[in-house]
Design a protein around this ligand. Structure first.
Ligand code: ADP
Length: 300
């Protein structure tokens, strides 16, 4: 029996891609797609040729986070063309193929695997420095497929995104053990939503009354600060949100013997950049989250 022709085609496509990075999470909603999107923006801003492949088939949020909602994929004689944010940043997602963004994708494993295989076989990435793969949360069929299809051509490793709470970290341990079982290097773990950071000038202030109602006093509070202590407007408030008394991701990484890449705070301006499909690095307002992300990316 000769080699599987699909695997041969995938190997040919992947031969022009220098680095392949998987972005994983144990749970949904921890910021995996946000990280994948911002990692891709950052790598492209460093003059790399970057591809971002979204295989989160049931919840593709990458088109929106890259500012590409409503775009279509074009086909050429070389295959499916990615949708480009910039000439050096291309994106592929099932989100581009759905007739309506509200459409639910209810597919069983084999069909999902078929699409992942097709993405790897048919997308014409051209020469890439980096292919970032945004995987669905957990360890499901899609993970086994992508690993199986890509492993023969080499995967640099996986970055795992988590929040600091135990409930998320428990699932990250499973994700790490999945990587170990299938022989994928864990490049490291990112602790996202690690506290809440906000410039004082962006904060909203409320007064609580006895009935539990709130009245907004932001204007009064900010004008008081502006008149009496304007230097406070340049401070950033940092609050713990989730319970990290268990030591958070850093401690878990020590126990599991994998690198800890760093913390990214919860930042309403980062959320806004993601919602609007922008890079946070050009947004002066992402004063804490953008440098934190940049440091993590530099340490990779
Ligand atoms: P996942 O891919 O893990 O399901 P998302 O990346 O879709 O998670 O993030 C879930 C939501 O949280 C999105 O609205 C995103 O913009 C927001 N978000 C993620 N990380 C942060 C952060 N550090 N600060 C503020 N909002 C964030």
């Amino acid at each position: 029996k000769g080699p599987d022709p699909d695997m041969v085609t995938i190997a040919e496509r992947m031969a022009t891609i220098k680095h392949k990075i998987l972005v994983l999470s144990g749970k949904g909603g921890v910021g995996k797609s946000t990280f994948s999107a911002q990692l891709s923006f950052a790598l492209a801003e460093l003059d790399n040729q970057v591809g971002l492949l979204d295989i989160d088939i049931c919840g593709p949020s990458i088109p929106k986070m890259m500012g590409l909602e409503g775009q279509d994929i074009h086909q050429s004689n070389l295959g499916w063309s990615p949708v480009y944010v910039e000439s050096n940043l291309g994106v592929m997602s099932i989100g581009f193929m759905l007739p309506h963004p509200d459409e639910a994708v209810i597919w069983r494993g084999p069909r999902k695997n078929g699409l992942i295989k097709q993405f790897l076989k048919d997308v014409d990435w051209g020469e890439l420095d980096y292919l970032v793969v945004d995987a669905p949360p957990g360890t499901s069929d899609e993970h086994i497929s992508i690993v199986q299809f890509l492993q023969a051509t080499g995967i640099d490793g996986a970055i795992i995104v988590t929040t600091p709470q135990q409930v998320s970290l428990i699932d990250v341990r499973k994700e790490i053990s999945f990587c170990k079982k299938v022989g994928i290097q864990v490049l490291g773990v990112v602790e996202n939503m690690s506290g809440l950071s906000q410039p004082v000038s962006d904060m909203r202030f409320v007064k609580l009354n006895e009935t539990g109602d709130q009245s907004d006093v932001t204007e009064w509070a900010l004008s008081y600060i502006r008149s009496n202590a304007p230097e406070l407007l340049h401070l950033v408030s940092c609050s713990e949100v989730f319970d990290s008394s268990g030591g958070g991701a850093a401690k878990m990484c020590m126990e599991m013997g994998v690198p800890f890449l760093g913390k990214v705070p919860m930042d309403p301006n980062l959320c806004r950049a993601a919602e609007e499909g922008r890079s946070c690095f050009a947004d002066q307002k992402c004063a804490v989250s953008a440098p934190a992300l940049r440091k993590i990316i530099q340490n990779l």
